[in-house]
Design a protein around this ligand. Sequence first.
Ligand code: TXE
Length: 481
Amino acid sequence: MQKILNYINGTYCDPHSDEWLDNYDPSKGEVYSRIANSNSEDVEKAYEAAKAAFPSWSNTTIEERSRIMLRIASLIEDNLDGLAEAEAKDNGKPLSLAKAMDIPRASSNFRFFAHAITQFNSEAYESVGLNSMNYTLRQPLGVVGCISPWNLPLYLLSWKIAPAIAAGNTVVAKPSEVTPMTAFLLGEICSEAGLPKGVLNIVHGTGPSAGQAIIAHPHIKAISFTGGTKTGEHIARTAAPMFKKLSLELGGKNPNLIFADCDYDKMLEVTVRSSFANQGQICLCGSRIFVERSIYEQFKTDFVAKVSALKVGDPFDEETNLGALVSKAHLEKVESYIKIAEDEGGKILFGGNRVKVDGHENGYYLQPTVIEVFDDQCRVNQEEIFGPVVTVMPFETEEQALQMANNVKYGLSSTLWTNDLNRTMRLSKELEAGIVWVNTWLNRDLRTPFGGMKDSGVGREGGFEALRFFTEAKNVCIEYE
Ligand code: TXE
């Protein structure tokens, strides 16, 4: 069976423990490869490699760093089919989605930051009357840690690695132990692109073992993390006493506010996507749908009709809209929320059941599920489910819509459907979320700040925000005669 090895100092290697974890193909519910179960010894080895690489990499010209990163971007593109197949098999997502979104975006992440670093300026201030000149040095931090989740494996790993290395840092990265395959393949691509050894080190294994060793490492200067809110809390508690820089991109429970004056057909089409893309396993999915009363009944009918036409099936089948959920444990968690919804008095308008896919009887398939709720404070409306489950509820006024949208502990993104400019301006200011999409969803320009408020995290990624995170700003003040 294929082994997923660590990539340290430019070389693939076994974990120190010689222990291996099972890696599942969720579309079949079968183990298909074995993952290095790394511990603190492996993280130390990765750290040493990163530390040794830092002096040279941080002094490599921006042009050269950029050139290497552009080569990585091109090689990802050249290997689009193979990487997309690996992602679909490892994660259970439709191959079509991996081809259209995950892998192209991983390539764009490297390409974007290869260009962004060439435009990353620092400021200078002449202090008139004090005969002095100030300028800001933005220096790389040193060795940094990047920890990523399973929902968008290569997409989110590269979203962290690319700005880190562009800014001159060296990296110890750990992808999710649930979906390690494309991170494993990335090692080879980086070597082929000529990334000097030790600049990127990828250690596989569980959160409590390999992940913990990264966040608790006394000399890893910053942690960029995407994952669950509970894990984020734990990382903050562990890393804060060592004054590590932290960027935490955590969970979401995003509202989707639909007003009667919107472009109805476009809204309907995009809302199906924002609800169920990637089996609803995107932190930006709009999982709480609030609809203005006057179009509520119409919306329910039309939405359910569209959702019932979605095909759940083999990720490799071109017709498939929803593939498998990522793991058995996750499937059971999502199902437990459907039970909670029923216990709380919610009404299942569509779905709620497992799907048997021919030839894949043990895969983790679930119907897209639409639940009508009658109290916006019920658990299915407050807790992150992170699966193909959305709630719907009507509202009477803009004030009530806003109040329900904000009445949750998360604040990652929100979507607003309206053609009223004044309402757009008012609500964009008042919504407690890091992103407000108006008449669109998952429309991303990589220059924009990305991140959440409240329990959705701290810090912003994207564009210069990410480059600022991965650098230390130093003021230099020169007084002259
Ligand atoms: O996330 P975890 P999981 C949410 C979603 C999901 C829940 C749990 O609600 O159901 O989180 O998913 C590593 N020290 N999101 O279990 O555990 C872990 O190995 C250091 C939202 O996958 O947070 C993995 O690499 N690292 C989300 C990464 O953290 C640790 C996307 C994420 O795992 C660690 C995914 C530790 N002590 C899940 N413990 C989003 N917002 O995009 C775990 N890890």
